[in-house]
Design a protein around this ligand. Structure first.
Ligand code: ADP
Ligand code: PAZ
Ligand code: K
Length: 234
């Protein structure tokens, strides 16, 4: 297993990674499905795939291996309906287990925000799911007659915000940060020495704004998929 490719197919973007001798050496995100297909065609080694979009064609190449959640995993799963659990969330749990020993929580700020908690004994015990940053802004535009589509960015202004754009932008951001901070606080009450790791497309922007002491690890899911693949095929 000198070289392994990884695909993390989310509901917004597909992220890719290449591990050589167990180390993530190259990574990125595709701009289109055509780019993704070309990458798969050109990659000559096994490719481990996590797909939560549900519309990826695994028949494109025989080098594609869906990570199999009914097979052995480096994490134990304690979830009422494990058959529905997002594979990206299990991958995040498996990323935590190897790189952040002890109790830990992954916050994956992607299309949705997921909270994934792993105990010190290496058991995934659930977490939470809420709408992601872009999804919140898109929803207000789509489900109203008059609200504009606003870019996700922080506002320099303070509450009370003074224009339509800043009302949407500013309070969405205040709400997002408050929600994440509250989840971290609850987690810390239950696991006082637990580590918190933020990942996903919005991780860096959010880490900067959050006052809590948390790690940003944008490649946590890629590393978790690799850990699972290694566990199942090595
Ligand atoms: N270049 C980008 N294209 C699209 N979304 C981006 C980009 N950079 C950051 N984002 C933000 O990241 C989110 C997607 O994060 P990602 O972790 O890729 O999600 P998913 O795994 O659900 O596809 C978007 O909803 C958006 O808020
Ligand atoms: C919650 C998710 C939509 C997150 O997907 P993402 O935002 O990364 O595209 C995905 O993990 C999923 O479809 N989960 C299934 C439900 C569950 O985890 O219980
Ligand atoms: K994700």
């Amino acid at each position: 297993m000198r070289e392994v490719g990884i695909l993390d197919i989310g509901n917004t973007r597909t992220k890719w990674g290449i591990f050589r001798s167990g180390k993530l050496e190259d990574y990125g995100a595709f701009n289109s499905t055509d780019d993704r297909e070309a990458w798969i065609r050109d990659f000559s080694n096994p490719i481990a795939v996590s797909d939560v979009s549900g519309n990826f064609n695994f028949k494109l190449s025989e080098r594609l291996h869906p990570i199999d959640f009914s097979a052995k995993l480096p994490v134990l799963i304690n979830y009422n309906n494990p058959e529905r659990l997002g594979v990206d969330r299990i991958a995040n749990a498996c990323g935590l287990i190897f790189d952040y020993p002890g109790a830990a929580m992954a916050i994956d700020a992607g299309s949705c925000i997921t909270y994934d908690v792993v105990t010190e004994k290496g058991v995934f015990v659930g977490g939470g799911i809420t709408p992601g940053w872009s999804m919140r802004l898109k929803a207000m535009h789509e489900f109203t007659g008059k609200l504009p589509l606003v870019n996700r960015e922080e506002v320099a202004a303070q509450f009370p915000f003074n224009s339509t754009y800043d009302n949407l932008k500013g309070s969405t951001f205040v709400g997002l940060c408050a929600e994440i901070t509250e989840h971290i606080q609850i987690f810390k009450t239950q696991y006082p020495t637990g580590k918190v790791v933020i990942t996903g497309g919005d991780a860096i922007a959010l880490q900067k704004a959050l006052k809590s002491d948390i790690f940003a690890d944008p490649n946590l899911t890629l590393k978790g998929i690799f850990n699972i693949f290694k566990h199942q095929y090595a």
